[in-house]
Design a protein around this ligand. Structure first.
Ligand SMILES: NC(=O)c1ccc[n+]([C@@H]2O[C@H](COP(=O)([O-])OP(=O)(O)OC[C@H]3O[C@@H](n4cnc5c(N)ncnc54)[C@H](OP(=O)(O)O)[C@@H]3O)[C@@H](O)[C@H]2O)c1
Length: 334
């Protein structure tokens, strides 16, 4: 059986990154003891993948010539582990390839009777739904009546964080996104109270107009100048959640830090960062909470699916150029 995989040919100078990857074909490896072989169905396009591709960026560097890492879902083709059967639907770190032979440890069987297979890369995934949940609920501590602002709000994590803020009782939810279509998606489809198009509007001015009472919680995915613009408007005891800083991943040595951080002191506010992995012992509980909200119709996820493993490099690039709305997935067609 053939496996098609996306390989990192050379380190990129800066994001975006599609031209540094290529697709190669090889014979799929038969699983050994403790391994499973998986026909990968969908791959999750996540910002962290981009940050593994070049020296000095945020995450551990992968070597040139390596298969690009990615989380995926698929079906077990063959198993060398007692915990997995042929035909099981599974989630795991399968990397950007069509047939993955990987250690069974680190993979999990998913229940497709309660959610679709791709939901395990979206609302029920560690890098999307769980990231949003622990950030907005546990760190942001959104409560009844709060005014919540979310950046990169039309993306995967942001769109869920805003809906979760509403489910937790926020009085006002404002999203910041690039372009009129994304802003309309937030207000018309997801029920955000307002949206700011940062490409054509002055974010600092618009936050002041839309939230004259000040911002209780800022869930930030973008960083840089956008963080400063919202810091200017935080309330006393505000919570600023540093989920990500996608505007700053291109050059780790030249990160724009917040110039307005003294607003935290002035307003007895706090800023706290995290990764979803800091909550690893609470994934099961978090998935239950998200599934309950899904059951009540409180969470929607728009999926943007790119077809074929060949689309992976361009899809990854899209994340850094705003080419996606909602959860970006690659359907491998394996
Ligand atoms: N803490 C954690 O454990 C954790 C886990 C997963 C993800 N994250 C972070 O969450 C954020 C969102 O990730 P995601 O996977 O859900 O991606 P996403 O939001 O679906 O896609 C990224 C979006 O970011 C926006 N963007 C890209 N470059 C930008 C720039 N220079 N300025 C402003 N906006 C920009 C684009 O939307 P526009 O068109 O609106 O610009 C793009 O669609 C990222 O910062 C990521 O690193 C953190």
């Amino acid at each position: 059986m053939k496996n098609k995989k996306v390989v990192l040919d050379r380190y990129p100078e800066a994001l975006p990154v599609a031209d540094v990857m290529s697709v190669q074909e090889e014979e799929a490896r038969v699983p050994g003891d403790g391994e499973i072989q998986v026909a990968v169905d969908y791959l999750s396009i996540d910002a962290w993948i981009g940050t593994t591709l070049s020296p000095g960026w945020l995450h551990t560097l992968i070597p040139e010539g390596a298969t690009v890492p990615a989380l995926g879902v698929g079906k077990v083709l063959a198993s060398g582990s007692l915990d997995f059967q042929e035909g099981d639907a599974v989630f795991g770190p399968f990397a950007a390839q069509t047939v993955a032979t990987v250690p069974a440890e680190g993979c999990s069987v998913v229940d497709t009777s309660i959610a679709g297979l791709s939901d395990y890369l979206g609302l029920l995934s560690v890098t999307t739904g769980l990231t949003a949940l622990f950030g907005i609920r546990d760190i942001g501590q959104v409560k009844e009546g709060d005014t919540v602002v979310v950046s990169a709000a039309a993306g995967a994590v942001g769109s869920v964080a805003g809906q979760m803020a509403r489910a937790l009782g926020a009085g006002k939810v404002i999203g910041i996104a690039g372009g009129p279509e994304k802003c309309a998606f937030l207000t018309d489809e997801l029920g955000f109270d307002a949206a700011i198009d940062y490409k054509s509007e002055d974010v600092e001015q618009r936050v002041g107009e839309l939230a004259p009472e000040g911002v209780s919680v800022f869930f930030d995915n973008v960083g840089g100048e956008m963080l400063d613009a919202v810091l200017e408007h935080i309330q006393e005891r505000a919570r600023v959640v540093i989920c990500g800083a996608i505007s700053q991943y291109a050059d780790n040595n030249d990160v724009y830090g917040p110039k307005r951080y003294l607003r935290l002191a002035e307003r007895y506010a706090r800023m706290e960062g995290y990764t979803a992995f800091h909550f690893a012992d609470r994934y099961a509980e978090g998935m239950k909470d998200i599934a309950a909200w899904m059951g009540e119709g409180k969470l929607k996820m728009r999926e943007q699916v790119e077809e074929g493993i060949e689309s992976f490099p361009r899809a990854l690039e899209m994340l850094f150029t705003g080419g996606n709305t909602g959860k970006l997935l690659v359907h491998t067609g394996s």
